[in-house]
Write a protein that binds this ligand. Sequence first.
Ligand SMILES: N[C@@H](CCOC(=O)CCC(=O)O)C(=O)O
Length: 412
Amino acid sequence: MNSVPKPSPDLPEGLHPDTLAVRVTVPRSQYGEHSEAMYVTSCFVQPDSETSARRFASQEEGYTYTRTGNPSVTAFERRLAALEGAESAVATASGMSAILLMGMGLLKAGDHVVCSQSMFGSTIKMFGTDFAKFGVETSFVSQTDAAAWQAAVKPNTRLLFAETPTNPLTEVCDIAALAAIAHEAGAVLAVDNCFATPVLQRPISLGADLVIHSGTKFLDGQGRVMAGAICGASKYVDQIFAPLIRSAGMVLSPFNAWVVTKGLETLSLRVKAQSANALQIARWLETHPAIERVFYPGLPSHPQHALAMAQQSGTGGAVIAFSVRGDSPEQTRARAFHVIDSARVCSIATNLGDVKTLISHPASTSHGRLTEEQRQAAGVVQGLIRLAVGLEHVPDIQTDLLRGLDSCTSIV
Ligand SMILES: N[C@@H](CCOC(=O)CCC(=O)O)C(=O)O
């Protein structure tokens, strides 16, 4: 952010991301605390009025007011930027507020956006409805068809936006191919890296300009706080988004920033372990007769398996979607509800990236606000279940799922 110091860490160049995840921070206070301090304060006492005036005018480094910057928030921004290989990051109150900030900063009436038709429901709604109110037009295309992205580009296209893998179907797009399309059109490519995290995938290294995060998911990892961020080049983050959030105000609270900063320290361990659990569970789900289809990039049956393996460090991530068999939307919905409601270990909760396994029904939760037509386009059918795999012992999760799977076909 423009009014806060950019602390230069005493760290050598060339450190591994696992080292950056625990070592990138802000300078210690005068007390020399080892763990990051939590600066729970709304404003900062100034040494004198002249200094205060210079700091408020961004002519001098120094914290003034938490909406314009806070050391706990800076620690999170610096650490996440390091992990994403970005020049800079700006933290926001949630993932959705990161997307809102990006749209406010990049788009104006008359601009055009291309994005996938199969993403988180509120993201589809924001592009299709909320930004449309301000005169921004969005074309929704097939996530996996680069030619469709190319064909949708217009002279006024300013932004290509993709989740990869998508929520909940785990569809994968080719980040490098979309970056080439965006840059040829003079547009920006933003990638929501929520499902993969920088542990598995670094979109900027593949040509993306911006990376969007919901820190509420894997970055926190223990279901405690809401958080979000935009990572990218300083010309976007420091020159556009940081001054804008100073006015717009959807900043991350210092407490939430501190929690998610500490979450980043275990991100690599958690994501790798949860992904390994997910692969085992996905393979096993494919063998169950009540299941119609399993969507998981780590399975050879996934249509973009090869791309996912190349783009996501050889792993499928920790989120699986699967659909139950049935003859009608009503029947498959009832069967999906039965599987979900039979769980006694998995939590019926709409979130992901938690160390506790979460089970949800996307059509009525994360994608519940979409129109039926939008839901169909997103592939979110009534029989679909999302499993965000945690750190439990895998056989316990399998037993939990079997409670409902073995009996769901008796629902007619
Ligand atoms: N992206 C998350 C967030 C889930 O939150 C919701 O679905 C809230 C409902 C809404 O935004 O309208 C996930 O997919 O779990």
